[in-house]
Design a binder for this molecule. Sequence first.
Ligand SMILES: NC(=O)c1ccc[n+]([C@@H]2O[C@H](COP(=O)([O-])OP(=O)(O)OC[C@H]3O[C@@H](n4cnc5c(N)ncnc54)[C@H](OP(=O)(O)O)[C@@H]3O)[C@@H](O)[C@H]2O)c1
Length: 297
Amino acid sequence: MDIGLIGTGRMGSAMGERLIDLGHHLTVWNRTAEKAKRLLERGATLASSPAGVARASEITLTILTDAKAIEAVYDGADGLLAGEVVGKLFVDMSTVAPETIRALSARVHAKKAALVECPVGGTVGPAREGKLLGMAGGSAADFARARPVLDQLCRRVDLLGPNGAGSAMKLAINLPLAVYWEALGEAVSLVRDAGIAPEKMLEILADSSGGTNALRNRAAKLAVALKEGPRPEVGFDIDGMRKDLRTMLEVGASMGLDLPVTAKTLECYDGAAQAGWGNKDASNLVVHRLAKAKAAG
Ligand SMILES: NC(=O)c1ccc[n+]([C@@H]2O[C@H](COP(=O)([O-])OP(=O)(O)OC[C@H]3O[C@@H](n4cnc5c(N)ncnc54)[C@H](OP(=O)(O)O)[C@@H]3O)[C@@H](O)[C@H]2O)c1
């Protein structure tokens, strides 16, 4: 199948490799062309603009940082919606506010094209292996068109309602995850002086009601990071989590909700970013918190 892909960052590149492995042909575009190199070497075609991707593809996936990036890619002079797109299907997989998706949906529908949003849970490894958790929003008919491709990227994908429903669910799953890394950092700080090896500490935490899938997946790497400092591999970075926390607070405020834990958690991530940790994997918040605890002791 001819598939368009815009946004060849960490997630887009991993998803692109998966789709190429499954025999699809990709037409790609990325603001920084250099970052599309890996996919081009594997046979993808580079378009000169997002509009070029839309021309070449019946279905185009976008996975971009935030609302500003979506606007640039869809609405620019050479954007996805600049040309003739009647009947085309766009699938946005970025983590953004439901309102961003609803507004985009109106612009896409005004051009007689279709939009499904399908933000995902899971990081680069699951993207590469087709094991993401997809949370879709859109009409049943549009979702049915997107599903064959989404099924190849996701271990599970649910249509949760009209445009915006998938984005709301994605923010909801990231909230406890964001809080979790800070909570785990505080838990590890409490045993700072007990002389327990990081591996053992994390093994017991992972086996307890204080364990999560996120910890079980990362315990080995995190144990090394607690001993030696943050590792270079990044799935989802601290700056990305700050973006999601800000979005959760904006959405909450627009609904009249008080989210005190979310607000405090954002302060913790902001503190790590101010210390220069913004581009490190979000799980390193644990390492950052323990370093602070050690400095305090
Ligand atoms: N990483 C994860 O584990 C993970 C998991 C689930 C969901 N997500 C979500 O997936 C999305 C992408 O995440 P990622 O980790 O792949 O991020 P990333 O590696 O930083 O990639 C971001 C992509 O967005 C593009 N972009 C940013 N601003 C743009 C603009 N103004 N105009 C055009 N393109 C722009 C970047 O282009 P350049 O290369 O030119 O900067 C890049 O292709 C985010 O919404 C994130 O929250 C990430």
